[in-house]
Design a protein around this ligand. Structure first.
Ligand SMILES: Nc1ncnc2c1ncn2[C@@H]1O[C@H](COP(=O)(O)OP(=O)(O)OP(=O)(O)O)[C@@H](O)[C@H]1O
Ligand SMILES: [Mg+2]
Length: 236
């Protein structure tokens, strides 16, 4: 069963008097547990697609189902808890809260979700996630005291704190050296295996894409290729 399914979605931005379709009739089903990579040139619509699939923005037309729920019909007050509980996000620009330390940023989605009795478990999990990306020593630092790559690693830990069913990640290794990038990928693939989490990840990296179960290529807001690594089936 597809945990996530987009049917014929379009996103059109109106600039001046003309509407520009940035996502153009995309249909995409993602089975539970799949590690799917989205590729494409800058401006092809990758971030926009992730924003729609994750319910952060609504498509101009089309439907998006999470299991059997059409999220395009949900109002923000119903969507927000669903996102916080089931989705983990790693944004292209990390969106850390400047007034919270690294550890507090990682804990933030857990605090939104949980009553205080679960906070001890969440704290252990936050500490263990930070350890896995080699940030134990930076747990007390505020975002302005972290490097770009460190902020990115904090953002990934934050995305994983609530054991999300689906992880959406936009270039999560873009600012990292190869060792840190590999640590992030190992963390994500471990989480995929341990919890059967589904991953939808945007990347330009051929190495990262090689680890995926599936590679979807966008061009001008359309899916021009959808394949498993190692095969080269073109979609017309
Ligand atoms: N709010 C907006 N209003 C108008 N146009 C937008 C808006 N957001 C994005 N776009 C346009 O939509 C297109 C796709 O943008 P998007 O950010 O999805 O690209 P991308 O594939 O993620 O690129 P990159 O690899 O550079 O991150 C771009 O041409 C962009 O200029
Ligand atoms: Mg982008």
């Amino acid at each position: 069963m597809n945990i996530l399914e987009a049917r014929d979605i379009t996103k059109t931005y109106v600039i001046g008097e003309t509407g520009v379709p940035v996502i153009d009739k995309v249909s995409l089903g993602i089975p539970e547990g799949q590690f799917a990579v989205i590729q494409g040139r800058s401006g092809s619509g990758k971030t926009t697609l992730l924003t729609l699939l994750s319910g952060l923005d609504k498509p101009t037309s089309g439907t998006i189902f999470i299991k059997d729920k059409d999220i395009t019909l949900l109002k923000e007050d119903a969507l927000a808890p669903l996102r916080n509980e089931f989705f983990g996000f790693v944004f292209q620009s990390f969106h850390l809260v400047p007034s919270l330390t690294a550890l507090e940023n990682v804990m933030f989605p857990a605090e939104l979700k949980n009553s205080s009795k679960n906070m001890k478990d969440a704290l252990h999990r936050a500490e263990s996630l930070l350890k896995r990306v080699d940030l134990t020593k930076r747990a007390g630092n505020y975002p302005h005291q972290l490097s770009g790559g460190e902020k990115q690693r904090v953002a990934i830990c934050r995305a994983l704190i609530n054991n999300p069913r689906i992880i959406f990640a936009d270039e999560p290794t873009g600012n990292l050296d190869s060792v840190s990038g590999e640590a992030i990928l190992n963390l994500l693939t471990d989480i995929q295996e341990e919890y059967r989490a589904t991953i939808v990840l945007v990347t330009h990296s051929i190495e990262v894409a090689g680890l995926a179960d599936r590679i979807v290529t966008l061009e001008d807001g359309r899916v021009i290729e959808d394949r498993s690594p190692g095969t080269a089936e073109k979609k017309n």
